[in-house]
Design a protein around this ligand. Structure first.
Ligand code: WTA
Length: 654
């Protein structure tokens, strides 16, 4: 359990109540908790009515008669893209900037709500002309450029389903996601900018489609990198050509609230990533509501920046849908924080006067390491709210974030949620909550969280346990694409009984003496590396797919910078062992994993070993390997088939 140990929490005892000015101007009032407590379901109905436009109003809020699949606002109809675009123009806010976009090389573009609406209408017509309609899946494999958002909204406008694949994933990973969702169309770019270079995306799409068996009939390519691309006539089309041909008018039709909006793949405990399915009305309600309340959004004056890539859930909910549904002005940035210089993010905050900033603890810790003099070289006085997501934020990083980036005054919201929850579930509300570093603190209004022991009974504070969501929530996943059994098994089988359905999140947590929730990290085989979810088994599968490898075991080892790091233990086939030195073999395998899955999965270390610690029944004891990887005294080895194995491994590592 990574950086957020209970010990480190005890060292920081300061508490930060909202200032009187902040509280007075806040969009939330204390009544929000009372309203939600009084009637959770009607609280969400009110949010849905206040924050969204319904083509056909709903009369039924929640149907939980067929658990674990919920129906929210089931008889209502809406168009998600219309909610994010047209209605703001109709309300007279067409001239407000929706997106300020900055490319890594320094080029920039801004879109007002009118301009973004016009682009999405054209794109929707162009995509429809390629045969895409309600329910069809479209894969999106893009850099962080405005066209990624335009593509997602255009797909949503048609009632079709997007499956965004993070641009850092390999061709192999893209292929399995395209196949699993049977996508008909892929929208990509020639390339995107990263660390001063263009990384090719179209080439990876070509690779993913090369066996010719896929369901994809067209590839729509945005010109961004100006790099050379191969072209398959009849299949490949330039985005700008198709949009130029498309009609400028497009009327948004209402779709059922439960119409699927997107599938997003995430790592689980098994090797195969699962396609998390989200639908329209409930999802949009919760992301709009949390985006407004958790960040204290004042859309007429704030400039919001979430640094997530659109390929992750944070990019879906808090770059695309939440902010645009709320009519916010936001910044999007294509590249890395240190290109061309280490102050790039701070320079952007100064340039655009960013007032709400949302990022991951890993990024904060890496800036801490570089020193406060870099951000202090820029004017960050526009910042008034800071957010954190993806992993526990250790109190030291929390304080640094507030002092250095938030001028010592900005409240920090530590937001806990998951791809599966769709929106924020646990977080302070900055106008109401007294903040406590190191704790995500309290469920948002309308969400019910419990911490249970192994036996399913509630644990008494300050004991640790497993985090569950005890009541259905609007943005909850509606299933795993194509695998209803895995959906039940993974999330619902552990604690649901007697008609009481409880969602098991996979995280450990404890409640402290103030009643605040402290997250303690994953309790399953999911690692959290720099706020990205990776599965140990997926990386093991990638390793054994290499011809040199006989067996592999992967653990997530605590890492000061990235939270956890991937550490692999590998047995090389005896006939291959002589061909490479240990260093060569380890370097080759690190690269192999990056090629198979993507650079984020590249192991920090690959240790070549002659045996792995196994129980008599043949189960690999990862716990012991984790001890070694974290440089700890090795735990109990008595259940090992061969108790000397761990001694040999640890001697070797020394
Ligand atoms: C972890 C990211 C502690 C957690 C939005 C969860 C966190 C997983 C926090 C989901 C936080 C996310 N404090 N841990 N504030 N936020 N996590 O699906 O383990 O990429 O289960 O969604 O990240 O990762 P995912």
């Amino acid at each position: 359990m990574s950086t957020n140990s209970i010990d480190s929490l005890l060292q920081e005892t300061r508490r930060f109540p909202p200032s009187a000015e902040f509280a007075a101007a806040s969009v939330t009032s204390p009544a929000i908790y009372d309203d939600a407590r009084e009637d959770r379901v009607s609280f969400w109905a009110d949010q849905a009515r206040e924050l969204l436009h319904w083509h056909k109003p709903f009369t039924e809020t929640l149907d939980w008669s067929n658990p674990p699949v919920a129906r929210w606002f089931g008889d209502g109809e809406l168009n998600v893209a219309y909610n994010c675009l047209d209605r703001h123009v109709i309300a007279g806010n067409g001239d407000r900037v929706a997106i300020h976009w900055e490319g890594e090389p320094g080029d920039s573009r801004s879109y007002t709500y009118s301009e973004l609406t016009a682009e999405v209408k054209r794109a929707a017509n162009a995509i429809a002309a390629l045969g895409i309609g309600q329910g069809d899946r479209v894969a999106v494999y893009m850099p962080v450029i405005p066209e990624a958002v335009i593509a997602m909204l255009a797909i949503a406008r048609l009632g079709a389903v997007h499956s965004v694949v993070f641009g850092g994933f390999s061709s192999e990973s893209l292929r399995s996601r395209i196949d699993d969702a049977s996508a008909k169309l892929v929208i990509t770019a020639d390339g995107g900018w990263r660390k001063g270079k263009v990384f090719p995306l179209k080439a990876a799409v070509d690779g993913a489609l090369e066996n010719g068996t896929s369901t994809v009939t067209n590839v729509l390519v945005v010109k961004r990198g100006d790099n050379d691309v191969e072209w398959t006539e009849g299949r490949d089309l330039w985005w700008h050509d198709e949009l130029a041909k498309a009609d400028a008018e497009h009327e948004a039709q209402g779709f059922e609230a439960e119409n699927p909006l997107f599938v997003l793949y995430t790592s689980g405990t098994t090797g195969k990533p699962k396609g998390i399915l989200h639908t329209s009305g409930g999802y949009l309600t919760q992301v709009a509501s949390t985006h407004r309340n958790v960040f204290d959004l004042h859309p007429e004056s704030d400039v919001y920046w979430c640094t997530a890539d659109v390929g992750w859930i944070t990019g879906h909910s808090y770059v695309v849908y939440g902010p645009l549904a709320n009519g916010a002005t936001q910044l999007m940035y294509e590249g890395t924080p240190d290109t061309p210089h280490q102050g790039r993010w701070w320079e952007l905050i100064e340039k655009y006067k960013v007032s709400i900033f949302y990022t991951a603890p890993t990024a904060i810790r890496s800036f801490m390491k570089l020193g406060r003099q870099i951000p202090q070289g820029f004017d960050l006085s526009s910042i008034r709210v800071l957010g954190s997501v993806g992993e526990p934020i250790n109190p030291e990083a929390w304080i640094w974030y507030r002092d250095v980036i938030g001028s010592g005054t900005a409240p920090i919201v530590d937001t806990w949620w998951q791809t599966e929850t769709g929106g924020i579930m646990i977080s302070a509300l900055p106008g109401l909550t007294t903040l406590k570093p190191g704790s995500a603190q309290v469920p948002i209004p309308g969400v019910k969280i419990d911490i249970l022991g192994e036996d399913g009974t509630r644990v008494d504070p300050p004991q640790g346990g497993l985090l569950v969501v005890s009541e259905p929530w609007p943005a909850m996943l509606r299933g795993i694409w194509g695998d209803p059994e895995r959906f039940r098994e993974t999330y619902w089988s552990r604690f649901s009984k007697d008609g009481n359905w409880k969602y098991f999140a996979g995280d450990g947590a404890h409640v402290d003496s103030d009643g605040d929730i402290v997250l303690l990290g994953r309790v399953d085989d999911v690692m959290n590396v720099s706020g990205h979810r990776l599965s140990t088994q997926e990386i093991e599968s990638a390793l054994v797919s290499h011809h040199m490898v006989a067996e592999a075991a992967v653990v997530g080892a605590a890492d000061e910078a990235t939270g956890q790091a991937v550490v692999a233990f590998v047995i090389i086939k005896s006939q291959q062992a002589a061909d490479h030195t240990v260093d060569e073999a380890s370097a080759l395998l690190r690269t192999h994993v990056a090629q198979q899955i993507g650079a984020i999965a590249r192991p920090r270390q690959v240790f070549i070993v002659s045996e792995l610690p196994k129980t008599r029944s043949g189960k690999i004891m990862r716990r012991l390997l984790q001890d070694v990887a974290e440089g700890r005294e090795i735990g109990d080895t008595t259940t090992l088939a061969d108790t000397s194995v761990m001694q040999i491994i640890s001697d070797k590592m020394k």
